[in-house]
Design a protein around this ligand. Structure first.
Ligand SMILES: Nc1ncnc2c1ncn2[C@@H]1O[C@H](COP(=O)(O)OP(=O)(O)OP(=O)(O)O)[C@@H](O)[C@H]1O
Ligand SMILES: [Mg+2]
Length: 442
């Protein structure tokens, strides 16, 4: 019998990999979706085999389902309402999607031997972690996570961090990776593919290559070359270049100076409280505290004042939500720290060219200006902070009014709170608050 599908050489590399996780692709048209779909067939002769293929939205998932209709030739039976193929052995391939934050919980407790994420950069890291945790070994059938991606998308930073950054393509890395809150050793590989690896498409549809070649440079690099380093968006407040420059500046020797603290207090149960430490315009530390009540957080800050000799008015605390309680407790202990209310009016500063929607917009813009003018340096490596900084978007209206995306909107988009970045932004802004509201005492 003729096979229903034959892999092309790079596709074979991906299919034959024994790594726990493979990221395949980068560029467009490299045969990513086909690999993911037909790769799911590997063990369909085994009765207990179960595979899951996911896409973020249903309309895009439907394209994969339509392509899977060739499975009829393997005597598969498709159940439309369950979105599930059953093969004569009893093996199953199921299709799923995960559109909204929280939908990933619908997968909790399921078990699959093969989980294929098509365009994994469309998923938040939390969605990926929860769904990938369904790949649990329960019998002799190996468990494989297979993903495809293009540069960009809401997941661009975590995808890059997990499979690409600091790694060579096609080389296998055994990495300690967090899965469902547990650290486990996993073999991972990134196998690049591009339209040039897909001779069938080049022959069938040469216009597609012409279309990719005519894209503006930024998109041509992303989609034709699969370059994961060019994924900054036009409305991104802080670009990768600004972050990289801030890292380079940190190589210059540090000046001693006053330490400023920015405190972002957890607003919800599963959020963390972050305290950023800045000295002479250099980020020197971020402390993370989880599951603390307002008394405990207040005591930590009071200890910093008493024991680490941080000046109270060098501390800025976000007082939206639980932060208000923290601020009150610290004040009632006699320490006059700065209250930061993101939604309040901006501070009027002489010489400001722009107007700001609110204090939040002003603080974030001020931080970006520090990066842009090379004043600020990043003295620590913190990939979470960097990801958060890179995810903030902004708008400038025709009246030169700058609006920074709200914390809630960012959370909806990327699936987590930007607490570390906010703490750093507050710490940087404390000086401005001091200069405008308080006389210099020290
Ligand atoms: N081994 C193959 N045999 C036959 N056709 C193939 C093969 N691999 C890919 N193709 C065809 O090439 C086209 C592009 O492949 P595919 O959709 O898998 O690429 P992709 O990388 O997922 O593209 P996109 O970036 O648009 O999602 C499709 O029409 C697909 O069916
Ligand atoms: Mg595809």
């Amino acid at each position: 019998m003729e096979p229903i599908w034959k892999p092309q050489p790079v596709q074979t590399l991906a299919l034959e990999s024994e790594c726990d996780e493979v990221l395949f692709g980068g560029a467009k048209g490299g045969g990513k979706s086909d690999v993911l779909l037909f790769g799911a067939l590997r063990f369909i002769a085994l009765p207990s085999y179960k595979a899951l293929i996911v896409r973020r939205t249903f309309p895009r998932l439907k394209e994969l389902i339509d392509r899977s209709m060739t499975f009829h030739a393997l005597n598969g039976t498709y159940n439309r309402s369950e979105k599930q193929w059953k093969f004569p052995s009893g093996a199953q391939i199921v299709f799923g999607h995960c559109q909204n934050d929280g939908d990933e919980l619908n997968y909790q407790g399921h078990q699959y031997h093969y989980i294929g994420f098509d365009q994994v950069e469309e998923f938040t890291e939390n969605m990926f972690n929860i769904i990938a945790a369904c790949g649990r070994k329960v019998d002799d059938i190996p468990v494989y996570i297979r993903c495809t991606a293009n540069p960009g998308g809401v997941g661009k930073h975590w995808v890059k961090r997990r499979w690409i950054e600091g790694k060579e393509p096609n080389k296998i890395y055994a990495t300690e990776t967090s899965l469902n809150g547990k650290l486990i050793l996993r073999k991972q590989v990134f196998i690049p593919s591009s339209i040039f690896d897909n001779k069938i498409l080049l022959e069938k549809n040469p216009e597609y290559l012409a279309f990719l070649q005519k894209l503006p440079e930024k998109f041509r690099k992303m989609y034709l070359e699969g370059d994961f380093n060019t994924e900054d968006e036009p409305d991104q407040l802080i670009t990768s270049e600004l972050i990289n420059n801030a890292k380079k500046h940190a190589k210059e020797s540090a000046k001693l100076g006053d330490i400023y603290l920015g405190v972002d207090v957890a607003r919800f149960g599963d959020d963390s409280t972050e305290i950023a430490f800045i000295m002479s315009n250099r980020l020197i530390k971020i402390e993370t505290y989880k599951k603390l009540d307002i008394n405990q957080i207040s005591q930590i800050i009071i200890r910093k004042i008493r024991e680490e000799k941080i000046k109270p008015f060098n501390i800025g605390i976000d007082t939206v939500g639980l932060g208000a309680g923290v601020y009150d407790i610290i004040k009632s202990n006699g320490f006059s720290v700065n209250e930061i209310v993101s939604g309040s009016s901006p501070i009027t500063l002489r010489g400001d060219y722009y107007k700001f929607r609110n204090l939040r917009s002003q603080m974030h813009w001020h931080f970006r200006e520090k990066l842009r003018t090379g004043i600020f340096s990043l003295g620590i490596e913190d990939s979470e902070f960097e990801e958060e900084a890179l995810s903030v978007k902004y708008e400038i209206s025709s009246e030169k009014m700058i609006t920074i995306e709200s914390k809630e909107d960012i959370k909806k988009r990327i699936g987590r709170s930007t607490n570390k970045h906010d703490a750093v932004v507050y710490a940087c802004f404390v000086e401005i608050i001091q200069n405008n509201f308080r006389p210099h005492i020290y």
